[in-house]
Design a binder for this molecule. Structure first.
Ligand code: RP5
Length: 161
């Protein structure tokens, strides 16, 4: 959780998803983007989830990152309750290795979009970077920090193994 008013909400279907979704939080922290982290399950806490999704925009949230595993309805149902952009992260939490969550998150019916990232920590990290790219359109400070991140990443790649 960061100190200023959160602009990105990182939600997950279970506390057991935190090891994966930490990658989103770490990236937002590095880019100095205020964020909040919450456990809200579309299945187990449907009222908490609906209240969160319906209030997010009026609380000043700009982007929601939703990570869930198994029959992962969290991102899609969140998107149904808000006009905010919703980025979905499928989590490898079942014997199907995350393919179940990937399909559940990505195969939205036309009309309610979810921007779906890769399964697992790479997806969580990229969801944060995509959230930053969205914010950067209207926030020059975020744009500058995102550009620095890219430059540092490039500089860290060795020319030989
Ligand atoms: C999903 O079920 C959660 O997002 C989690 O990935 C998965 C398993 O949850 P737990 O049984 O570990 O709480 O809803």
């Amino acid at each position: 959780m960061s100190e200023s008013s959160p602009r990105v909400a990182v939600i997950m279907g279970s506390a057991s998803d935190a090891d994966v979704m930490d990658a989103a939080a770490e990236t937002l922290k590095r880019l100095e983007i205020p964020y909040e982290v919450r456990v809200v399950s579309a299945h187990r806490t449907p009222e908490r989830h609906r209240a969160f999704a319906e209030a997010a925009e009026s609380r000043g949230i700009d982007v929601i990152i939703a990570g869930a595993g198994s029959a992962a309805h969290l991102a899609g149902v969140t998107a149904a309750h808000t006009l905010l952009p919703v980025l979905g992260v499928p989590i490898d939490a079942s014997p199907l290795g995350g393919l179940d969550a990937l399909l559940a998150t990505v195969q939205m019916p036309g009309g309610i979009p979810v921007g779906t990232l890769a399964i697992g920590r790479a997806g969580a990290k990229n969801a944060a970077l995509l959230a930053a790219a969205i914010l950067a359109r209207s926030d020059p400070g975020v744009r500058e920090r995102l550009a620095e991140f890219r430059a540092e990443q490039t500089a860290a790649v060795p020319e030989t193994p």
